[in-house]
Design a binder for this molecule. Sequence first.
Ligand code: DUC
Ligand code: ZN
Ligand code: ZN
Length: 487
Amino acid sequence: MDPFDLVIRGGTVVTASELFHADLGIRDGRIAAIGEELPAGREELDAHGLLVLPGGVDSHCHIEQLSAAGLVNADTFETATASAALGGTTTVIPFVAQHVGTSLAAAAEDYHRRAERGAIVDYALHLILADPRPEILKEELPPLVRAGHASLKVFLTYDRLKIDDEQLLDVLEAARTHGLMVCVHAENHGMIRWMGRRLVERGFTAPRYHVPSHPRIGEVEGIHRAIACAALLDQPIMIFHVSTAEGAAVIHRARGEGRKVWGETCTQYLTLTSADLDRPGIEGAKWICSPPLREPADQEALWWALEVGTLQCVSSDHAPYRMDETGKLAKGPNPSFKEIANGIPGLELRLPVLFDAMVSRGRLGLCRFVELTATAPAKIYGLHPKKGTIAPGSDADLALWDAERVVTIEDAPRTDRAGYTPYGGRTVKGWPRHVLLRGRPIVRDGKLEGTPGQGRFLPRQGGRAALPTGRPAPEFDPAQNFGARLW
Ligand code: DUC
Ligand code: ZN
Ligand code: ZN
């Protein structure tokens, strides 16, 4: 047998279920052997004193995405995935963004082209459907599924993105036909618009009023409605970026009733609060994201929801906008909160900030950290076991992690192009030292070695077997009244 291409020696391997000392033998980009005292490889990487984690899977991040308002995220596939790599993430799932009146297929081509050119880590793509008219669902979607797309995203809010309940049912039905996951931004649009209008009319325009403009009850209503629509069709859904205790409770109850609903929260909802927006002048705009940052009690509830399995993934929802006329200040130097682009950067710091909050501070263990940030998203989105774990045959995507390293995050530009980080000034314990993509270091000793274009598209198998339920569902037949059976 040929020697291994690389042996990672002496580390502590962590998976979602166990933690053990072992060497890893890597051949042709995959894990070929896990064991003690493996024979010498062509190359060796010393992992003594380090944790060997599966590379992170960030299943919700916006990269080089054109917003409906005409703004493009601050970074490119190159800068975003460089930042992902430096933070220990080796797989990302950003979006193909369709807009009303446009072609989904053309948008997919465009994003594929950009990603192929720039990506430093591997990627899949969720398809945003802002205009799910029949020709899109019947003619454009099937070839995209055949090309390896297996998840859709829809919005219940945002003026030029939101779909109504009937459209949502059309999307859910198409997803059911093709065996796709449907991810939902679930907030009540009317409540957001109404609250926003009332606040501005009364002169409450500072960034901090973004928080009450997205009422908590609006998230509850959106999640409940999305789950109800999905249940009518017996179709799995993922609720993106859950921010409130009550929102998590809706998912908890629905899962208890056997609904096929999964839930995600994001680093920022666990580690930042509405108080972060409460700063002089326009500064708080840096913390404007939707749903907004909430309260310490919500953080407690979200941690609990992660602990008991109500929520299964923690993503970044990376959506960077600069504090200038290209981003947050596109409507002038002193915009009302309604005019400020929603989104914060987070790809690079997702894992370090979470590792500190979750593991170093003793909230949840190492295995759960791996599960929430790599294994579960890989499973839910059809990438496992190629991604998200350390097992024979899996891609050798690894983050060699120094659990003792203490870093104070500088309040300064990072690798992405946002020009700031919402986590500036925070001291965290735990930082990636080396990061490997398919057996090749893309970060060595904290320095980027990966090159744009080396990231590969990860085609996923549509089809019901690919969904986390694993259970085939028959064609939807309204005459069978699935909804009545389920409700
Ligand atoms: N909200 C979204 O819905 N998407 C991107 C970022 C954000 O804040
Ligand atoms: Zn969203
Ligand atoms: Zn998002």
